[in-house]
Design a binder for this molecule. Structure first.
Ligand code: G4F
Length: 337
């Protein structure tokens, strides 16, 4: 049988890299849509997918250019398309809401429009977000909880979610959104709070830093492991009928608890190092996210395999390795000087 062919946008990111690995392990032919600048600077941009480069096919295109997306869809047929690419840092969306809206809303619209025009049979997955719940109307949040986004990012995700549903309803395409709560890993970007914390823990432990400045320590998130969540994406696309589903761990922890646990991994007390700094507060905060994913668990037979504690442990351990190398390099540079 011919292998299934999947296109992933955002393949170089945390979720894209884990999803590519997962699909390859299932025998898929995996293609990625990446920006031309990434192809021109593979050393820096492909750090999460270096080990996959000889097993995947990359196409240069921009989510800001409909012709570039149309070009790919006119030359390659796909069975499944996972649209993960986005400006995904909420903090940055306050700094430049226009770029976030442009990439996230138009990018999603161009993908959907291109598929409708050229390959409407291709199944489409949209990476929705628990940020869409924003100022939450109920606890825990589930599929029927109304959205009340609190950032340009959240607003752009609601628009992407609505676009995805509209293509499903208007044109009968298999278009589905995962409403995913926060998911982290050692491949997380350093701007997100979890990685910022685990990286600081490792640097402090190695004597490379002395403090960690963060914003709101009381914000609560439902944090899972990205590896678990990409399995749920794939399962959602395998269903007979498209249905938007919440995927979450069902546990909520504060940023303070994350700090406490991460510093404790190296025997330190976070209170000696963590400083709250107004600079990292958001103009409008999402205070408390916790998901009810019972529908997804039943429909997909999905269960997360990682606990919160295992997630923190794995992230700290990876950052200790990296900081160890950085400390070695710093000391050998000092010896040469
Ligand atoms: O790690 P964060 O930046 O993630 P956030 O805003 O929850 O968004 C992430 O999860 C969403 C799913 O719900 C995704 F859609 C989105 O793309 C992204 O992956 O911040 C988490 C919390 C926030 O309440 C923030 O205010 O941590 C708080 N926080 C406190 N100090 C901080 C900091 N966040 C960051 N990034 N940096 C801080 O110093």
């Amino acid at each position: 049988m011919k292998p299934k062919k999947a296109l992933i946008t955002g393949l170089t990111g945390q979720d894209g890299s884990y999803l590519a690995e997962h699909l390859l392990s299932l025998g898929y032919e995996v293609h990625g849509l990446v920006r031309r600048v990434a192809l021109e600077d593979p050393g820096r941009r492909f750090n999460r997918i270096e080990h996959l480069l000889d097993q995947i096919t990359l196409h240069a295109a921009s989510l800001e250019s409909y012709p570039s997306i149309f070009h790919i869809f006119s030359r390659h047929q796909f069975d499944e398309c996972y649209h993960l690419a986005a400006q995904s840092f909420v903090g940055e969306s306050f700094a430049d809401g226009f770029s976030t809206m442009n990439t996230n809303i138009n990018g999603t619209h161009y993908m959907l429009a291109g598929l409708r025009e050229l390959q409407p049979q291709c199944k489409f997955y949209f990476a929705g977000s628990s940020e869409m719940f924003g100022k939450v109307r109920e606890v825990p949040q589930k599929e029927t909880t109304p959205f009340h986004p609190r950032s340009p990012y959240g607003i752009s995700k609601v628009a992407g979610f609505d676009l995805t549903r509209n293509y499903r309803e208007a044109y009968g395409m298999f278009c589905v959104s995962g409403i995913f709560f926060n998911h982290e890993s050692p491949r997380r970007g350093f701007e997100f709070v979890t990685r910022k914390i685990t990286s600081a823990v490792a640097h402090i432990h190695q004597g490379l830093a002395s403090e960690l400045r963060v914003g709101n320590l009381e914000a609560r998130r439902d944090w899972g492991h990205a590896k678990d969540y990409v399995r749920a994406m794939h399962l959602m696309v395998q269903r007979e009928e498209p249905e938007d589903l919440v995927v979450a761990s069902g546990e909520s922890h504060s940023v303070r608890e994350f700090c406490e646990l991460a510093f404790a991994e190296v025997g330190l007390d976070y209170r000696d190092y963590v400083i709250q700094d107004e600079k990292f507060y958001r103009p409008a905060e999402v205070e408390h996210l916790i998901g009810d994913s019972s529908k997804a668990r039943e429909a997909l037979g999905w269960e997360p395999q990682y606990t919160f504690q295992e997630l923190v442990k794995e992230m700290v351990s990876r950052d200790l390795e990296l900081a160890g190398k950085a400390a070695e390099m710093a000391s050998s540079a000092g010896a040469i000087a």
